[in-house]
Design a protein around this ligand. Sequence first.
Ligand code: EPU
Length: 421
Amino acid sequence: MDKLIITGGTQLSGELRISGAKNAALPVLAATLLCEEPVSIGNIPHLHDITTTMQLLGQMGIQLTIDEKMNIEVDSSTITKYEAPYDLVKTMRASILVLGPLLSRFGEANVSLPGGCAIGTRPVDIHIESLIKMGADIKVEAGYIHAKAGRLKGCKLVLEKVTVTGTENLLMAAVLAEGVTVIENAAKEPEVSDLALFLNKMGAKITGIDTDVLTIEGVSKLDAKNIHYDILPDRIETGTYLVAGAITRGKVKLKNTRPDTLDAVLDKLREAGATITTGDDWIELDMYGKRPKAVNIRTAPYPAFPTDMQAQFTAMNSIAEGVGIITETVFENRFMHVQEMQRMGADIQLESNTAICKGSEQLTGAPVMATDLRASASLVLAGLVAKGETLVDRIYHIDRGYDHIEEKLAQLGGTIKRIPK
Ligand code: EPU
């Protein structure tokens, strides 16, 4: 397995271009299953999860062509199988996103249950129960969700919890359903809105985008021709590089991003002492020579502070001035990075879903590893300020969700190298 070796101590400075959002690209690629004509998707990030999604669609018989600019053209007219097998789903939970579109367009879907996950139990009960309400016949047998339906029927769905991929699956299912579907307590994450905008571009009729009530008037087919859609910039990648700038007391400018999707994160960076300047599609963070101040964080669905930025802020708090309290409310087990940071000298106390971080003057480099994507990224951030060398193992997690992280950090002056297996 590849490893990253980081020598800490450099103040990061310079400019970087942010990639397309992983968590928007995955549902948009799944949504191409709904269109009867070929569609082209741009601003696709270079990530393992994208390769897995292409494999998933490819093994269904779908034709995918990719050009040198990472535009992917998808033609779903050649589909032969309606299945997401265990060997792909186990490496990428987001494979569950094919359930809604397969069932809605082809009346059949066999999707492996995602199973356990490093950050919590992550059930998909809301996806399944809501599809049953829309008229699907669903059996869970031998680790698979077997779903069948005639034309799904629009209805009112009040989601018990705010779920991002749950909202996305139901949105895709509702687009071709008969009648009107109303999804209440829908997720408002920008990636959900990006999917809805893409679906509308293909001919869907969705209103209430960016709110927690989505109304979908079903259409009989999506057959818009010559569609090209560019994926939204990645707000979590953006946030991660902003923290990289702040934690190293540096100054970074991130281009091709969307400041309006990062309000809660930018507020917390300001509170930590950073000067933030924004334009329509760029953000500059200036923390030059200043030690960050510890901040309190409480994760919650958008527009509150994202759980996907919690680990990175834990890293920043671990070297900040003062004490920061981090409360994780979205996933029950998302503090896997804490023990590794403690091995680097961080003073963090865990009490159920709360981490109390007392900032240390200095962390020390150590061999570390993590079992999920954002936790791995937070260890890279800790390594950038630690004294000496940090060796981050199991970085296939990072490659799932960060486009060329070592090249991007090196571009900002970080000392980081990939060691191939
Ligand atoms: N939940 C249920 N039942 C369901 C669905 C969800 O109880 O049927 C619970 C979950 O267990 C969790 C909460 O609802 O406690 C929220 O989970 P959600 O369904 O929103 O998470 P997700 O859709 O599986 C997406 C992102 C995650 C991100 C979360 C929260 C994608 C592909 N994944 O996951 O991203 O953390 O929303 O914002 O969009 C990452 O990129 O590193 C990542 C983990």
